[in-house]
Design a protein around this ligand. Structure first.
Ligand SMILES: Cc1cc2nc3c(=O)[nH]c(=O)nc-3n(C[C@H](O)[C@H](O)[C@H](O)COP(=O)(O)OP(=O)(O)OC[C@H]3O[C@@H](n4cnc5c(N)ncnc54)[C@H](O)[C@@H]3O)c2cc1C
Length: 513
């Protein structure tokens, strides 16, 4: 089950979906209602009901704006996707966004507002790489060492640092000379103050030039053993869903400078009972302001306003507005007709923004053998086709349980070319390598490959080689258009970033009015 078909929890059930022609008070149909108003009613059209579009719509709606939100799917949340109907005993699994980090200010703020709590996730118990199993505590006590050349200490993440430290030090010295006490990028939503925000482009030229190299190129140039690059593939590159050969070396150096990178000790949580509760709570407040199953096909504008055309029951329909907030991924925007085109640099970034590949597989087992004595444990870091495998159902009663895998980069592409049956075969046999007893308790599995999702076709944005300026260009307002989405946020590729970007756009629109 690699798509939304069999597990879709129909949004109709919640009463939030109003199909085309549904009757509203006064006998108007939704379509009539939209078309009966013209653009002078100061309508703001928002495209995409992921967290970015929802947060934007919610903030504008609270400020009293006339909004309409167009969404291609029959549910809110986009890449926040909780599968609930695929498993026995009320088990569920996050097939999209999962973790809320301790720094995720906006997710926490709205979770609190909607009465949702955050459940603490568990850390890694084991490592299975190059065919060898290691318990995390044995690595941490230095009783064993990872089987990679040239590594120091026991950390999985950050082994590349010694090769790029001189760049990190150079930025540190430069920051001191320029009286920048804390280096942080500007949080543009206006809700969270960050001191001493700096413009990346003010960094010394030789640092900026790193953007023209890939991470693999830089590590090779600095003399790193190929094992270091391979390990990076399974650590940070897996998190960003890319490959060391396609990611910008500048982003790796900045990550180390800010020490904000992910590591095996990162404190993570997720929304108790399922992350989809967050977008659903936004959507419930917005109610009939959201029109589902309305894929946008064309965006047109002139001095007087914008016109957005979308499919409604297979017929092209349009709505006019004063302004438009585009909160759909650029992987889809690049397939949408825009007339006249936006500025050339914006169009270039829309076309070229890099995204990765990602697949999740949720596996249901009769028994939670990973908790039993002698097992490698409940969360394992691997270099197998499953990459990360972990017990997901920690907040749900047993005896059944779900192991979830997170595969990205080349392995996700490879799994993505297989049919569901083959994916499950690979999943089952990989689990057997990690936990010998796994096949005995295996019941079933489902997969979600985001690169085959029709409204995403990718994982999340990443800084590709030569793309250091893309985020700024993509987030820049252009005439009557504003741009939200994780790809426009300094907290890119996260739920937090999506919300931040939506709030930024809401503030831009409110400022302009
Ligand atoms: C597998 C996976 C794991 C992840 N893990 C994490 C994690 O652990 N923690 C975390 O914080 N983040 C994680 N993320 C990232 C997070 O999901 C995203 O950053 C965030 O949800 C993006 O929100 P968005 O609103 O920008 O985009 P989306 O959620 O993609 O929303 C865009 C919306 O636009 C709609 N749309 C697209 N095309 C059209 C069209 N033509 N017309 C109308 N509507 C359209 C889509 O249907 C969608 O609803 C993960 C993502 C994936 C895929």
């Amino acid at each position: 089950m690699s798509n939304e078909k069999s597990t879709r929890r129909e949004f109709i059930k919640t009463g939030l979906f109003l199909g085309a022609g549904a009757l509203l008070p006064g006998g108007l149909t939704l379509t009539n209602m939209i078309q009966s108003k013209n653009s002078d009613d100061r309508r703001i059209i928002i495209i995409g009901a992921g967290l970015a579009g929802l947060a934007c719509a919610y903030d504008l709606w609270q400020a009293g704006f006339n909004i309409i939100l167009l969404e291609a799917r029959s549910r809110p949340g986009g890449r926040v996707r909780t599968y609930r109907d695929s498993f026995a005993d009320g088990l569920y699994a996050e097939m999209g966004a999962e973790y809320v980090d301790s720094e995720d200010h906006y997710v926490k703020k709205y979770a609190k507002e909607f009465g949702l709590s955050i459940l603490k996730a568990k850390l890694y118990d084991g490592v299975y790489v190059r065919g060898k199993k290691f318990r995390m505590k044995d690595l941490q006590n230095l009783r064993h060492q990872l089987p990679y050349a040239d590594i120091e200490g026991s950390n999985l993440f950050g082994q590349e640092k010694k090769y790029i430290n001189h760049y990190v030090e150079k930025i540190r010295t430069w920051s001191k000379q320029n009286s920048i006490s804390s280096f942080s990028l500007h949080d543009s939503s206006g809700q969270k103050k960050i001191k001493n925000s700096i413009n990346i482009n003010n960094l010394p030229q030789d640092i900026l030039d790193l953007d023209n190299l890939s991470i693999a190129d830089l590590l090779r140039k600095e003399g790193a053993h190929k094992d270091i690059i391979e390990l990076y593939t399974f650590t940070s590159a897996t998190e960003s869903t890319g490959r060391p050969g396609t990611l910008s070396a500048l982003s790796m150096v900045l990550d180390h400078f800010m020490a904000g990178g992910f590591n095996e000790e990162t404190d993570e949580g997720r929304i108790h009972g399922g992350n989809d509760q967050l977008p659903k709570a936004f959507a419930k407040s917005l109610a009939d302001k959201i029109l589902y199953r309305r894929p946008v096909k064309k965006i047109e504008y002139d001095n007087s306003g914008v016109e957005v055309s979308f499919l409604e029951n297979g017929t092209l329909t349009s709505v006019k507005g004063d302004k438009c907030a585009i909160a759909m991924p650029v992987s889809i925007l690049r397939r949408t007709k825009i007339s006249p085109a936006f500025a050339p640099d914006k169009m270039h970034c829309i076309r070229e923004q890099s995204y990765g590949h990602v697949m999740k597989i949720a596996m249901q087992f009769k028994r939670r053998f990973w908790d039993e004595p002698g097992s490698l444990g409940q969360r394992v870091f691997t270099d197998t086709p499953l990459r990360r495998v972990y017990h997901h159902s920690i907040d749900q009663p047993g005896p059944r349980g779900i192991l979830l895998s997170f595969t990205s980069g080349a392995d996700a592409e490879k799994l993505g070319r297989m049919n569901d049956l083959r994916r499950m075969k690979v999943a089952k046999s990989t689990c057997r390598e990690i936990w010998q007893e796994a096949p005995r308790y295996w019941e079933d599995g489902v997969s979600k490959y985001w690169n085959e999702d029709p409204w995403m076709r990718a994982s999340y944005s990443m800084v590709g080689v030569g793309q250091k300026d893309f985020r700024e260009i993509l987030s820049r307002k252009e005439g009557l258009f504003h741009f939200a989405g994780e790809h426009t946020s300094i907290h890119r590729s996260s739920m937090n970033g999506a919300i931040e970007s939506g709030l930024r756009v809401s503030r831009e629109i409110q400022r302009d009015n």
